[in-house]
Design a protein around this ligand. Sequence first.
Ligand code: KG4
Ligand code: ZN
Length: 362
Amino acid sequence: MRVLGIESSCDETAVAIVSEKRERIVELVLSQLKEHRPFGGVVPEIAARSHLTQLDRMIGQALEQSGIAARDIDAIAATAGPGLIGSVLVGVTMGKAMALALDRPFLAINHLEGHALSARLDPGVEFPFLLLLVSGGHCQLLRVEGVGRYRRLGTTVDDAAGEAFDKGAKLLGLGYPGGPAIEQAARRATEAGLDPKRYGLPRPMLGRPGCDFSFSGLKTALRQRAEELAVGGRLPERERDGLALALQEAIAAVLADRTANALDICSAIGGGLTALVVAGGVAANGRIRQALDRVARAKGLTLVAPPLALCTDNAAMIAWAGIERLQGGPALAQGDGLDFAARPRWPLDPSAPRAAGAGVKA
Ligand code: KG4
Ligand code: ZN
C-alpha cells in the first residue's frame, strides 16, 4: 500500500509517498522561511499563496522522483487542520482533486495526529505512549492509546513552547526562527561560564498540579530583564546570550516538570506506557531532550524522538497517519467524503475543553 501525503497547514509545503512497510519512498519539504523572515513571523496570506504556487509542481516531482505512476497510489492523505485556514484549504483542495481524478480514497488528516503517530513510522514505537508535542503552534501532552484514541492531559493556556522561543529571540534581537538562535546563544553563554539563575526568570506552572503550560509570563519577565540590563538602550551581547540561556533553562524546566506530572497521571490511569515520545520542532533542542531524558529515566522509561525530519512539519507523517487509518479496521479505514470541511481548530481529544472551530468547505 502506498499513500501520498500532503502537508500545508503552516509555512512548510510538503509532499511524501510512504508505504505500509514504513518505507519513506519520497519526502519533499519546502520551507517558506525566507518569504516570512522580513516580517519576523508567518504571514498567513503569503503562506497560502506560496503553497498554491508550489504544491502541484511538488506532487509532480514526488511522482517523478519515486518512479511511481499516479494510478499506483492507493490513497491521498492531506492535512485538513488545525492550521492557517487558507493554507490548509490549498492542501485539502489539491488532495480532493487528486482523489477524485484517480478514483482513490481521500483521507482528511488531523495535523496533530500526524505528529502523534510519527514515532510509529520511525522508530516504530508501540501503543500506548506519552507524547509531548512541542512546536511553534502546539504545546500538548497526549496519551496516545491507539489510532484515533488520544487523551489530552495538558495543553498551553497561552503561547506554545516554540512561540516562547520565537518571541524571546525576537525580543533579544536574535532573529527568526528563534529556537535555533536561542540554542546557539545559550551555548555561547554556557561556554562563557554565565549562570542562568542570575537572571531570575520565572518558571510558570512549575510545581503546580496538572500538566498545563503557560509561557506568556516568561516573555514579559524576559522583556523586563532585557530593559534593565540594557546600556544606553542596547543590550550587551554577553547579557543577551545569558538571557537566552536563562530562557532555555526555564522552558526546559517547565516542560520537564509538566511531563513528569503527566507520567504520574498515566501511572494512575494504569495500562503502562511503552515510551515517552517528544515531537515537534522544539524537540530539536539538545537541552530540552536532556531534561526530558532525565524525567523518562526517573520513571523507568526511555525518551524517544523521531528523526528531526519527522519532528518538524512534514508530509511523511501525514501519509503514515493515512496508512495507520487504512489499516485500523473498517470503522477507521473508510475515506472521508469530498465535502470534508477544512478546520482551523481541531483538537485531537474531543472530550478536551475548547471544541473544534467551524470547518471551511473546499
Ligand atoms: O514543528 P515545527 O517545525 O513547526 C510548527 O510550528 O508546527 O516547529 C517550529 C518551532 C519554531 O517555534 C522553532 O523556533 C522551534 O520549533 N525550534 C526550536 C529549535 N528548532 C526549532 N526550538 C528550540 N530549539 C531548537 N533548536
Ligand atoms: Zn506541526
